[in-house]
Write a protein that binds this ligand. Structure first.
Ligand code: SF4
Length: 327
């Protein structure tokens, strides 16, 4: 398969800026570069993991890929079509094919709507089913995500958090979607329920040929699910690699720091391991450090790091890293 045929989503130089530029001395700039020149590709059938600490811009990037947030610059190409600048009418067929699963399904479900109506709504909106046939399709979707097909008349508050997330997934699937941005889909759930939802997502990807952009702050979770992983820090992608390469031989000091904080499943190794050093806090995106944003926390920072922004460069083995140590 050619690279073009293999790629479902291509993001080029994407930038999202929020806030207001300074207009006068007493009105300082409140500009936040939430997504800073991000370039990446997601292949068909792949789970592409996106990891980083809270507030690093992961969710904004996910929303900008789906055109739910308007990018300030850059392009998103979905299945060969540049979505940037498309009007709402032209976007409609793409909205059907690209969906989002949210961290908090209760916030994305209308409490006055039965869960059956919530899941059936995309079928009607996108003209995929007539009213009379929609409920049969909804029952089928309920079965697909492990919910009782006889529970379609119930309301969101009558379900557990895990069941509500299944409703959210069924709703995302209803429009025969191909690409789902999963934004921290299990971080609000109990650990025992997390595994069930993760297994469901994996199973659905294989059965339906779905493609995921899987966003989470938990590297252990992203490592479990993803084929490739991108690490994000203060709006920028700092490393991209296959999951084995990234987790066994991390190149970027920030990736190393994230990995050091992941507990090992091997008890003996875990006992022998020195305590993880997670240095400092993520700086404010309102006033990010110059040069490499990571330099105040980086144990290997050099003078160059404070002045020059390292570009995300591809190495001969195909891995991408943005760090002066590797250029
Ligand atoms: Fe550390 Fe410098 Fe690499 Fe940034 S560019 S991660 S500060 S060594």
């Amino acid at each position: 398969m050619s690279t073009q045929a293999r790629t479902l989503v291509q993001v080029e130089g994407l930038r999202v800026v929020f806030g207001r530029a300074a207009r006068a001395l007493l009105r300082p700039s409140t500009l936040v570069v939430a997504v800073d020149d991000v370039t990446l590709t997601v292949d068909r059938g792949e789970t592409f993991g996106l990891v980083g600490e809270s507030g690093c811009g992961k969710s904004t990037l996910g929303r900008a890929v789906l055109q739910l947030v308007k990018p300030s610059a850059g392009r998103v190409i979905f299945d060969g079509t540049d979505l940037t600048g498309l009007g709402e009418r032209a976007m409609r067929p793409f909205r059907r094919r690209m969906q989002m699963v949210f961290q908090d399904p209760i916030g994305s479900l209308d409490p006055r709507m039965s869960v059956g109506e919530a899941v059936g709504e995309p079928l009607l909106v996108h003209g995929l089913k007539r009213h009379a046939d929609a409920m049969d399709a909804v029952r089928e979707l309920f079965g697909l995500v492990g919910l009782d097909p006889d529970s379609t008349d119930r309301f969101p508050h009558e379900f557990s958090a895990g069941q509500r997330q299944r409703v959210g997934i069924a709703r995302a699937l209803a429009s025969r979607t191909e690409f789902i941005v999963c934004d921290e889909p299990v971080s609000a759930l109990d650990v025992s329920i997390q595994a069930q939802i993760v297994n469901l997502l994996e199973d659905l990807r294989e059965r339906l040929g779905l493609t995921y952009l899987f966003i989470a702050h938990d590297l252990a979770l992203v490592r479990h699910l993803s084929h490739r992983i991108a690490v994000m820090y203060l709006g920028r992608i700092v490393e991209v690699a296959g999951k084995v390469a990234l987790c066994e031989d991390p190149l970027h000091p920030y990736t190393r720091m994230l990995l050091a904080a992941v507990p090992s499943t091997d008890r003996r190794r875990e006992r022998q391991r020195p305590p993880a050093v997670v240095r400092g806090e993520v700086p404010s995106p309102l006033n990010p450090p110059a040069g490499c944003h990571f330099h105040p926390r980086c144990p290997q920072a050099m003078r160059q790091c404070r002045a020059e922004t390292p570009a995300l460069r591809q190495r001969s083995d195909g891995r991408l890293v943005a760090c002066h140590l590797h250029h």
